[in-house]
Design a protein around this ligand. Structure first.
Ligand SMILES: Nc1nc2c(ncn2[C@@H]2O[C@H](COP(=O)(O)OP(=O)(O)O)[C@@H](O)[C@H]2O)c(=O)[nH]1
Ligand SMILES: [Mg+2]
Length: 221
């Protein structure tokens, strides 16, 4: 996709408040402070589009952005921030779980992990939900500029091992240097393309004439 424009749509407190499922969407998730807003701003060439938060974990809303009038980018609430009240932390799990399991137009998830840290229990939970729903995912390792090449390599291996996946599936990224920006866009295009193909083939099925639209005759009483 040739990125041209983005507009903020709305912030939803839960799945029922999300906008009508009119466009394919890609969601972005990760622990608070992982660099999610910075990644979105880098992808969309906007400073402060997805507000880079000074108080991580405060936003517990599902934020919708419409990109090129053709797909939604969905900024999910960050998790794992210790200062968030226990009640809010407890609400996060079903909110995100419901969204991931039930949002019909969700094509894939971009899961952000800090390249310097081992995946947290919540990261593992996110990964488990993805596998369960068989949702395509892109795993991005943020803040890669903070490490040397050698350190980057060994951290990528360690994170791959922790998640039980090939380290080649992990994409190092830096909002500071722009490292990985093109690769993330390509991967997002691929996620959206899967959905489009699936839609095209289900449209073919739908184009077949309906077998019967009339209600079955009622048996005489
Ligand atoms: N060095 C470096 N710092 C980053 C990068 N991405 C984010 N940060 C910093 O990490 C902090 C949290 O970033 P933010 O995008 O607000 O994280 P969010 O809570 O996941 O939305 C901020 O101080 C950012 O400036 C990066 O790629 N490199
Ligand atoms: Mg943020």
């Amino acid at each position: 996709m040739k990125y041209q424009r983005v507009e903020f749509v709305l912030s939803a407190p839960s799945l029922q408040h999300c906008p009508p499922a009119d466009f394919p969407e890609v969601a972005f998730a990760g622990r608070s402070n992982v660099g999610k807003s910075s990644l979105l701003n880098t992808l969309l060439n906007r400073r402060g589009m997805a507000k880079v938060s000074r108080t991580p974990g405060r936003t517990q809303l599902i934020n919708y952005f419409l990109v090129n009038d053709q797909c939604f980018f969905v900024d999910l609430p960050g998790y794992g921030y210790a200062a968030v009240p226990e009640s809010v932390r407890r609400a996060w799990r079903p909110m995100i779980g419901t969204y991931l399991q039930q949002r019909t137009t969700l094509c894939g998830l971009v899961l952000l992990l800090d390249i310097r840290r081992q995946p947290s229990p919540e990261d593992h939970m996110m990964f488990a939900v993805l596998s369960e729903r068989q949702l395509p995912a892109l795993l991005v390792l943020t803040k890669a500029d903070k490490l040397s090449r050698t350190q980057r390599f060994s951290r990528t291996q360690a994170i791959g091992k922790a998640l039980g996946i090939d380290a080649g599936a992990l994409l190092p990224f830096s909002a500071t240097t722009g490292l990985g920006r093109e690769e993330v866009w390509e991967a997002i295009d691929a996620l959206l393309a899967i959905q489009t193909q699936q839609r095209a083939s289900s449209d073919e099925v739908n184009h077949a004439p309906p077998a019967s639209v009339a209600p079955p005759p009622r048996a005489p009483e």
